[in-house]
Design a binder for this molecule. Structure first.
Ligand SMILES: C[S@@+](CC[C@H](N)C(=O)[O-])C[C@H]1O[C@@H](n2cnc3c(N)ncnc32)[C@H](O)[C@@H]1O
Length: 219
């Protein structure tokens, strides 16, 4: 496990750049603004790692395998803060969220992005969107604040290409508010083992308390 203060070292995907906003270098993507984020004169929008687990994973230099242009299934899209950045650099991006209120905002975000497809669905029930999501997805991104995060990852393995990637942020408190986060993470990793080979993990605490970032590939 890398420490949580490591400098960024892995390559960023095409369409994600470090640019200067207010004198500070930050990740950014190019697209319509969504959540009041700073935008520079070239249309690049700052990607706030403090509001995005995937942003934190990139900021910490995790090797996500993202290159830009890939197909993405994003579970736990909420109102679209992170998935809007993903759709800025990725190809077809399917965004699953089960709470109706944020999905209303997400639909608005998708109006400016014709590669973003919001799905009001429960990520624990992948059969309910299997008729919409294409097979052989390049990247499964997970940020579902729910108990049973590993089970959700295993159930959604069916969509991933054999050489695809799982990029997962595990929230310890969603599994058990009383347990030690490291114990929760060990249990999640053990359950993932039935379907995934672990490539990298890193604590995201610099940006998100008691979260673990995971990069894995299908077995
Ligand atoms: C931490 S928030 C996601 C934030 C978002 N990924 C972002 O960075 O902009 C977690 C989201 O997961 C959603 N969620 C929890 N369980 C879910 C499930 N079973 N299916 C779909 N969405 C779920 C919640 O409604 C919530 O919006």
């Amino acid at each position: 496990m890398s420490d949580d203060g490591s400098a960024a070292d892995a390559a960023l995907p095409d369409g994600v750049e470090r640019r200067t906003f207010g004198g500070r270098e930050r990740l950014s993507t190019r697209g319509e603004p969504v959540y009041g984020e700073p935008v520079d004169s070239d249309g690049w929008r700052a990607w706030d790692a403090g509001r995005s687990k995937l942003g934190a994973m990139l900021e910490l230099g995790m090797d996500t395998g993202l290159v830009g242009g890939e197909s993405v299934l994003y579970l736990g899209a909420a109102s679209g803060t992170t998935v809007s950045h993903v759709a800025d650099f990725a190809g077809p991006t399917y965004a699953v969220e089960f709470a109706p209120r944020p999905v209303r905002d997400l639909v608005g975000v998708a109006e400016d992005r014709d590669n973003l497809f919001p799905l009001l669905k429960d990520a624990r029930d992948p059969d309910s969107y299997a008729h919409v999501v294409e097979a052989g997805i390049d990247c499964l991104v997970m940020d579902v604040a729910t108990r049973g995060q590993a089970t959700v990852a295993v159930r959604n393995r069916q969509f991933l290409a054999d050489d695809g990637r799982l990029l997962m942020a595990v929230k310890a408190r969603s599994e058990d508010v009383t347990a030690e986060p490291d114990d929760v993470f060990d249990d999640v990793i053990a359950e993932l083992d039935s379907a995934y080979e672990l490539l990298e993990t890193a604590r995201l605490d610099r940006f998100h308390a008691d979260h673990l970032g995971i990069v894995a590939r299908p077995k």
